[in-house]
Design a protein around this ligand. Sequence first.
Ligand SMILES: [Zn+2]
Length: 131
Amino acid sequence: MKEKLTSIFTAKCPVCLKGDVYIVRNPYDLKHFDEMHEHCECCGHKYEAETGYWYGAMYVSYGLSVAISATAFLLTYFSDLMFNLDINAFVYFGIIVAALLVFIPVTFRTSRLIWMNLFVSYDPQKVKACS
Ligand SMILES: [Zn+2]
């Protein structure tokens, strides 16, 4: 479990935790945030296991988007209560949409990392091979 969290939060290969999954490290490099290495440069693990593999990551992305929306809603709601801002439904909606837009690159990348980590596990043998 620790290895999976390390892979997800550091965007490293789920098998060896050494190779980078994405070509650029900054998710807000908007021209290149979605570009991935085909294989792990260290252990050779192929990230896209089969054609259409990333469609499954959309389900993870949906879950993350719901979590972001709920967090944005709750922060707005409690700000409204604490500071008596009298925020209407359209402003809530706008804040939630803005939060989703701002987090698109992070959601995209994290959902693929989570999806990969559901099917692939850390393999100490492969780490030895690539160090
Ligand atoms: Zn690897």
